[in-house]
Design a protein around this ligand. Structure first.
Ligand code: MRU
Length: 347
């Protein structure tokens, strides 16, 4: 399994996902701005992976704060945290990870600055390692939902590359394969940046999991033909009523799945939930450069000057979601209640 991100020699190393699968290249980040740019330009992407990058980016940038005074350090660190939070707007995990790092600084009120810097670095490593454990649990929890011999449709990349490792939606698929369930995966190519074709196909191939890539618009046809037994995707943010933001195109897949009585599952860690939001209409949706739609890898596809619109995510209302698979168990509708109960037992 290709690692997504690592800390080495006081640098953050990120596998540059823009270049995959053609090239496996480490992008070396030395500053806060390097990591923010890597997130914004999607050298690293996927909600949990962005969270890990944010944590490591803050650990890195805290080292540039030259003071011995706790108050000055805290003020400068909070400024950096606020900048990091703005790197991308939709994934809840980014803000979650930033808040975890801020908590370390608050908890160590009055400690020596060097000691705090080391604690921050350790915490970022813990966030990475814990994410892999969480995904393994999600995989295990989702196993019972995957019938023997199932054909599974997935959208975008919710694999090892989108997380600290193992993956969420792809974690469940990986676990089913490891359990010998003889599954087959249909991979939406996922326009405009082709995370399905470039990244999910790459991961499935590495694991020898049988798959076929389809164009996004073929998913409805296959569902109507009963070729698909279930759909499983990741999530970028889940509101307190279960409405779920994920890669653009997820909503239409969920609606067609329901129309064809095919279960639609979401796999996500607790850090993806945003209990402050009453429903999915309040989730901020990132709009990216129109150029991503009309060109690819620097090559112009449409006519020069073609107007394009590029929302990067959409929201699937909870009524289309058959279950949400988390590291703490599988949630069912009514989600407002099941989510509230889950988080209540966590406190
Ligand atoms: O724009 P991206 O590639 O960051 O979008 C990623 C997704 O939508 C994933 O499905 C989601 O983050 C879940 S990743 C485990």
């Amino acid at each position: 399994m290709l690692p997504t991100i690592k800390w080495e020699d006081d640098r953050v190393y990120i596998i540059d996902q823009r270049k995959l699968p053609e090239k496996k290249e480490w992008l070396i980040c030395r500053t806060l701005q390097d990591v923010i740019t890597a997130i914004r330009q999607m050298a690293i992407r996927g909600a949990p992976a962005i969270g890990v990058a944010a944590a490591m980016g803050l650990a890195l940038s805290s080292r540039s704060i030259k003071t011995e005074k706790y108050g000055t350090f805290r003020r400068r660190f909070l400024e950096m945290a606020r900048q990091m939070e703005l790197a991308r707007p939709t994934a809840a995990n980014l803000r979650w990870a930033v808040e975890e790092m801020v908590k370390v600084v608050e908890r160590m009120h009055g400690c020596g600055v060097e000691e705090i810097k080391e604690a921050i670095r350790k915490e970022s490593q813990t966030i990475l390692e814990r994410d892999i454990e969480i995904n393994t649990k999600i995989g295990r929890n989702g196993l019972a939902l995957i019938p023997e011999g199932a054909t599974i449709l997935t959208h975008c990349n919710a694999g090892a590359l989108a997380t600290g490792g193992y993956g969420t939606a792809l974690g469940v698929i990986r676990a089913a394969h490891e359990a010998g369930k003889n599954i087959h995966v249909m991979v939406d190519e996922t326009r405009p940046l082709l995370q399905g074709l470039r990244l999910t196909a790459f991961e499935l191939m590495e694991e020898n999991i049988p798959f076929a890539v389809i164009v996004d618009s073929a998913a409805g046809y296959l569902m109507r033909k009963k070729t698909i037994d279930l759909v499983i995707t990741g999530a970028d943010r889940i509101a307190s009523n279960g409405d779920t933001a994920n890669k653009i195109g997820t909503y239409q897949v969920a609606v067609i799945a329901k129309e064809n009585k095919i279960p639609f599952y979401v796999a996500a860690p607790l850090s993806t939930f945003d209990l402050d939001l009453k429903n999915g209409d309040l989730i901020p949706i990132e709009e990216r450069e129109p150029a991503e739609v009309v060109s690819f890898a620097g090559h112009q596809l449409g006519p020069e000057g073609a107007v394009a619109f590029n929302p990067a995510f959409d929201v699937t209302p909870a009524r289309y979601i058959s279950a949400i698979i988390t590291e703490k168990g599988v949630l069912r509708s009514p989600y407002r209640r099941s989510i509230r109960n889950l988080f209540r037992t966590q406190r």
